[in-house]
Design a binder for this molecule. Structure first.
Ligand SMILES: Cc1cc2nc3c(=O)[nH]c(=O)nc-3n(C[C@H](O)[C@H](O)[C@H](O)COP(=O)(O)OP(=O)(O)OC[C@H]3O[C@@H](n4cnc5c(N)ncnc54)[C@H](O)[C@@H]3O)c2cc1C
Length: 433
């Protein structure tokens, strides 16, 4: 039967174990180590001591780094299973690290597994997959985020080395990373989608300068985890990842799955916001009744439930489309999920915050923090507008302009055609009157 909304029992058992494990063993970590960067600091002895046994347990249960495909030496769960896992992992900022699938390392590991040489895999992928180091992805430039045609960071050959020159903006976790994957223009004579290449750049390479560490929202100036970096360095030939001009093909490999994982983590987060909303609605008494008995509050709960269910189905269908291997169809669905993620988060986290009143707005509930993440989700990996264009282009591919002046659904000619089709019966009808 094709339409089946149940998970196979064997995997369901794994999910149930994960659910309990994340709640009891991992979520408490978020209450202690909750500064941006804590999750990525592999050198902190305290967090290392806490997560090492948890990671061992995950490995023992064969749930470690499940995003890596079987042909690349991983489990190859496929996107639907990964989505269901990420729904649980989304509840804790530590959970992806404990399960070896933390972005951007997960995407970086994917492209290394896919395009790396044996030496590159040994040097960069192995320690990354072991969780011993973290990495950074350095693509956005200060003058050009959404439009790669504006990229200026260049790399050119000089003898048997590459010279890398330029600036990158918002390279997440660069200050803790052991290496960066940097996109640079290597051929200015062809369109950027064929003229950019990827480089593996160890962070101790001479000529890397952190202009600033940029933070989010309320973080102190200079305290953030997003590097504004100047590159003026020389790299050995073998640090090119994939072939010259392959950067965009490589980048595409890391984004599809990553966006679905983000979206399903959002499902986990907004489900929890709905839990909080409902508990509060049943607990808070005002103007003669609990909030849950007021119709405006019931509307908020009902709308949130519907939106979560709709979004969850869209994300799971997207995962399924990716697993079926139709790349063009997957692009459309992945973009749809990307557009919808911040909207669902804004609406549901916003309602949950609102129902909690001042407590919701305070730093004593996780809701204000969750709600503030929503607009950021609309910018990371490209803004909503750009993804809407992708969707529209893919949707329009299935259509043709109408022949002539009138649309194909114009009623007058269709009525004439229908009359002709049913002429015999219409004559009978008239005859019977
Ligand atoms: C938390 C976070 C983490 C990030 N991590 C990384 C990272 O690790 N590595 C990395 O390389 N980058 C990273 N980025 C950068 C991210 O990829 C860019 O922010 C994104 O591509 C948008 O680029 P921009 O910020 O320059 O915005 P701009 O390109 O300046 O866009 C600003 C706004 O202009 C509008 N706009 C842009 N293009 C269009 C269009 N075609 N049509 C209509 N309107 C448009 C949109 O409203 C958009 O929000 C991160 C960003 C955030 C917020």
């Amino acid at each position: 039967m094709a339409w089946d909304f149940e998970t196979e029992p064997e995997f369901q058992e794994k999910l149930e174990w994960m659910d309990e494990f994340v709640r009891d063993e991992v979520e408490p970590m978020d209450l202690i180590w909750n500064h941006s960067g804590d999750v990525f600091d592999t050198k902190n002895p305290a967090t290392r001591a806490v997560i090492a046994p948890l990671q061992d347990e995950v490995k023992k249960r064969d749930l470690w780094a499940c995003h890596i495909g079987p042909h690349l030496g991983g489990k190859g769960f496929g996107q639907v299973k990964l989505a269901l896992m990420n729904e649980i992992l989304g509840r804790s900022s530590w959970a992806p690290r404990v399960f070896g699938c933390q972005a951007p390392d997960s995407g970086n590991a994917e492209i290394l597994a896919h395009y790396g040489t044996d030496d590159q895999k040994k040097r960069f992928l192995e320690p990354l997959l072991n969780g011993d180091i973290v990495s950074s992805y350095s693509m956005t430039e200060p003058q050009a985020g959404s439009d790669p045609k504006e990229f200026k960071c260049r790399a050119f050959k000089s003898g048997d080395e590459w010279v890398l020159e330029g600036e990158k903006w918002f390279s997440s976790n660069a200050r803790l990373a052991e290496f960066l994957i940097v996109m640079a223009v290597t051929d200015i004579d062809v369109p950027i989608h064929q003229g950019a290449s990827m480089f593996l750049v160890p962070t101790d390479t001479p000529g890397i300068e952190f202009i600033r560490h940029v933070g989010l929202g309320s973080e102190e100036l200079g305290e953030g985890m997003h590097g504004y970096i100047r590159y003026d360095c020389r790299l050995p030939e073998e640090n090119l990842l994939g072939g010259p001009g392959q950067a965009f093909t490589i980048a595409q490999t890391r984004l599809g799955g990553g966006r679905v994982h983000h979206a399903m983590r959002t499902v986990g987060q907004v489900k929890r916001a709905l839990d909080m909303m409902c508990e509060r609605a049943l607990s808070r008494h005002t103007q003669g009744s609990v909030l849950a008995q007021k119709q405006s509050i019931q509307n908020m709960i009902a709308d949130s439930f519907i939106e979560i269910e709709q979004f969850r189905l869209l994300v799971l269908k997207t995962a399924w489309v990716i697993d079926r291997g139709d790349k063009a169809e997957a692009r459309k669905y992945v973009a749809a999920v990307k557009v919808q993620t911040p909207k669902v988060m804004t609406d549901i986290a916003g309602r949950a915050l609102h129902i909690h009143g001042s407590l919701g707005a305070s730093n004593e509930m996780p809701l204000a923090k969750l709600w503030a993440q929503a607009p950021i989700m609309g910018i990371v990996d490209g803004p909503t507008e750009v993804h809407r264009v992708t969707i529209a282009k893919q949707v329009l591919k299935d259509y043709q302009p109408s022949d002539g002046l009138w649309p194909s659904m114009h009623l007058p000619p269709r009525v004439v055609a229908a009359r002709e089709k049913f002429a015999q019966h219409l004559e009978l009808e008239i005859g019977n009157q």
